[in-house]
Write a protein that binds this ligand. Structure first.
Ligand code: NAP
Length: 261
């Protein structure tokens, strides 16, 4: 998707993948810096570990506790995180959803949840409720983010059953867990309590229709998978590296196969 956007914008860059083992991360970053690359993406399992090798951490990455985009600014490597803002942008693109003032239920408390919740707080969400299999992890995450975003109404429920009780007041439900990748349903969570106007977003995009999205669509709710977020985080990274916004929708259409590479 990056190479298609670079081509569409007439930019003389190329985006290539490197498979880096954890023990080689420091050397790989030093090598990229020495080579003078314009920037690079970072993905699992390096998103947190890479922070120690960078010269500066942008507020987006600091709040998310992870970096997914690095820009080389005249020899200084600056780490950003575009995942959370990618989610906010994807919610707007897919549903016309405005986060400001909205009530949002989050399932999960891992890395993806952290970036997402930080971005939702920055975007002015009215109320965020978090439920996670491991309750302590959700509590720690909420306490940490509450310190950074004292105006945000963040709360944690002790389990999926308790989350179900709160669904009647939610505008949006976002799954940030990996459940669904293996077509696993979300345990003990029935969506029938969501208002008819509520939307359901699953960060998982393979398979494109997870059991969660299937159930939500069956109830007549608006649904979307994480492909739009993947494209949107890429669009934001592209703009950080090049200073240019890629053509709207191009990256997503490359990802979903509706546009030829
Ligand atoms: P992570 O840090 O490992 O967190 C995993 C989360 O899933 C935790 O909340 C974990 O709960 C929960 N979980 C895993 N297995 C579970 C199960 N059997 N039952 C209940 N909960 C379970 O991973 P991550 O980086 O947050 O990524 C999570 C998902 O988001 C992945 O599928 C990833 O592909 C997706 N993602 C998508 C995008 C996108 O652009 N669309 C971007 C980032 C991530 P515990 O705390 O209890 O272990």
């Amino acid at each position: 998707m990056h190479n298609s956007a670079l081509q569409a914008c007439g930019l003389d860059y190329v985006y290539v993948p490197f498979d880096v083992a954890p023990e080689g991360l420091g050397a790989a970053v030093a090598g990229l810096k020495a080579l003078g690359v314009a920037g690079f993406s970072v993905t699992i399992p390096h998103k947190t570990q890479i922070m120690q090798y960078l010269d500066e951490i942008d507020v987006s990455a600091d709040a998310a506790g992870a970096v997914n985009t690095v820009k080389n600014e005249r020899g200084r490597l600056v780490g950003y995180n575009t995942d959370g803002d990618g989610l906010v942008r994807s919610l707007a693109d897919e549903f016309g959803f405005n986060v400001r003032g909205a009530s949002i239920a989050i399932i999960g408390a891992g890395g993806a949840a952290r970036g997402a919740i930080a971005a939702l707080c920055r975007a002015g969400a009215g109320r965020i409720i978090i439920a996670n299999r491991t309750h302590e992890r959700a509590s720690e995450l909420a306490s940490e983010l509450a310190l950074r975003f004292p105006d945000a109404a963040l709360s944690v429920v002790s389990g999926f059953k308790e989350l179900e009780e709160c669904l009647t007041n939610m505008d949006m439900l976002v799954n940030t867990t990996s459940l669904g990748m293996n077509r696993d349903p979300l345990p003990f969570l029935r969506l029938a309590r969501l208002p008819r106007t509520a939307m359901v977003y699953d960060m998982v995009y393979a398979p494109p229709v997870t059991p969660l999205l299937k159930e939500a669509a069956g109830l007549g709710l608006n649904v979307a998978n994480g492909l739009g977020m993947l494209a949107a985080q890429g669009e934001l990274a592209f703009a950080i590296w090049t200073g240019i916004t890629p053509p709207f929708g191009l990256m997503k259409s490359v990802l979903d196969g509706s546009c030829d590479l």
